[in-house]
Design a protein around this ligand. Structure first.
Ligand SMILES: Nc1ncnc2c1ncn2[C@@H]1O[C@H](COP(=O)(O)OP(=O)(O)OP(=O)(O)O)[C@@H](O)[C@H]1O
Ligand SMILES: [Mg+2]
Length: 400
């Protein structure tokens, strides 16, 4: 798929931007603080309605506009998905809430009709690479879960719904566990919430197991090419509730043990998850929280058997992230039948020349890719000739 038109109103530093977007490769060139990353952020926002950058939605609204009692940041795009043309609009609305407070809410319109946000995720698909995303590999486990959630959500609406239902049930269940721990009461009250997290959680675990095997296959190939065959990448899923039976008399399985969890059906996972919750009940009540389930899953990136989260060099982590993102593009194409739009923020500055070549070669397959750079010299003249260039200067955008 590819964008044909993009409009921004009061999004970050863009008070107003209205621009046709060509198919193919686009270079966004400009000095620092011109809005290159913000433009990629706006496009990515259309795919998942989240920003990897902003901790709060209100940061996305232009801060001068946001001084008013009512302020609306707006992203509108026309795009082609297969033969069809669609229009997607997101409004990030800051409005008064009481005398001194304000709140922020979002509205999504697909082809002019209001939609539920969760049901619209993945109608437009994008893969985003930001240099700060190295933390997917060496940061906290929550970053890896978020990465996986956003990728799968773009291809599977049932996953999005299950995850959201799981999170809601988890909050309720934790509140009840705390209450039972503090005040006592009949533990059977947990049965309802157990069932809620089991049914939604089992689907999440099942889908994660499949997605990780599929993405691993693709990422390992790319990674092998990027490292000229020197390194072997593996993605290891370590679910908090593991349907794979732990071996008797052994503490835990070694990280690189070849285990295939894709053979377990959702119902099998649900049965095992249920048993594990019953076994953990006493401890969970004592601690006042849910101690097992997909909210505690972990993913490891191993290169030649070494865990990059703990021992990875900067270069290894960078190469792995790039392989992961390229794999994600191909994986989404496989899953949805459409190429996602690829958004690469300053990626070339981070790569050595042969990896740069490797990456640029791959862009030919994709319908649309946007790359930001402060330095056009990183690109070969031939590549620049075949791309469209957008020059950002003094808060203006020139295209040629
Ligand atoms: N909510 C906002 N309202 C107005 N301006 C904002 C808002 N959020 C960020 N900015 C500003 O937008 C400008 C563009 O930021 P952006 O990160 O997109 O620049 P960039 O072109 O990617 O720069 P760099 O090359 O340094 O990465 C910055 O000056 C930033 O302070
Ligand atoms: Mg930037």
């Amino acid at each position: 798929m590819y964008l044909t038109h993009l409009s921004l109103t009061n999004f970050r530093n863009f008070t107003r931007l209205d621009i046709d977007v060509p198919r193919g490769t686009m270079l966004l060139v400009g000095d620092n603080a011109q809005g290159k990353t913000s433009l990629l952020e706006a496009i990515y926002y259309l795919s998942t309605f989240t920003s990897f950058h902003a901790s709060r939605q209100r940061e996305l609204i232009n801060f001068i506009a946001a001084r008013e009692p009512l302020a609306v940041g707006r992203i509108t795009a026309d795009y082609k998905r297969g033969d069809r043309t669609h229009n997607l609009e997101v409004r990030i609305i800051k409005e008064k809430n009481g005398v001194n407070n304000s709140r922020v809410r979002r509205e999504v319109l697909l082809d002019g009709a209001k939609q539920k946000i969760n049901e619209t995720i993945g109608h437009f698909n994008a893969v985003l690479f930001l240099p700060s995303m190295l933390s997917i590999i060496d940061g906290a486990p929550a970053e890896r879960r978020q990465y996986l959630n956003l990728s799968i959500s773009q291809t599977n609406a049932k996953y999005t719904a299950s995850l959201s239902a799981y999170d809601k049930a988890l909050t309720q269940r934790n509140a009840l566990l705390k209450l039972l721990g503090e005040r006592g009461g009949d533990p059977e009250q947990l049965a309802y919430w157990d069932e809620q997290i089991i049914q939604t959680g089992a689907y999440v675990i099942e889908r994660r197991a499949h997605a990780l095997v599929e993405i691993e296959d693709l990422a390992a190939l790319v990674h092998n090419e990027l490292t000229r065959g020197a390194e072997r990448l593996r993605l290891i899923y370590r679910p908090s509730y593991d349907p794979f039976p732990a071996p008797k008399n052994q503490m835990a399985l070694p990280l690189d043990a070849p285990i295939d969890r894709t053979g377990f059906s959702k119902d099998e996972i649900a049965r095992g998850f249920h048993e594990a919750l019953i076994a953990a009940r006493g401890e969970e009540i004592a601690r006042g929280m849910t101690t097992i389930g997909p909210h505690r899953d972990e993913i490891h990136f191993l290169v030649n058997g070494i865990d990059l989260g703990t021992y990875g060099s900067r270069g290894q982590i960078r190469t792995t992230l790039l392989a992961l993102k390229i794999a994600e593009v191909a994986w989404m194409k496989e899953k949805t039948g459409h190429w996602p739009v690829l958004l690469l923020d300053e990626v070339l500055a981070e790569l050595d020349p042969h990896r740069r070549q490797d990456l640029l070669k791959r862009l030919n397959d994709i319908e649309q890719a946007l790359l930001t750079t402060t330095d056009l010299d990183l690109f070969e003249p031939k590549f620049i000739q075949n791309a469209s260039t957008w020059q950002f200067a003094d808060g203006r955008l020139n295209t040629y």
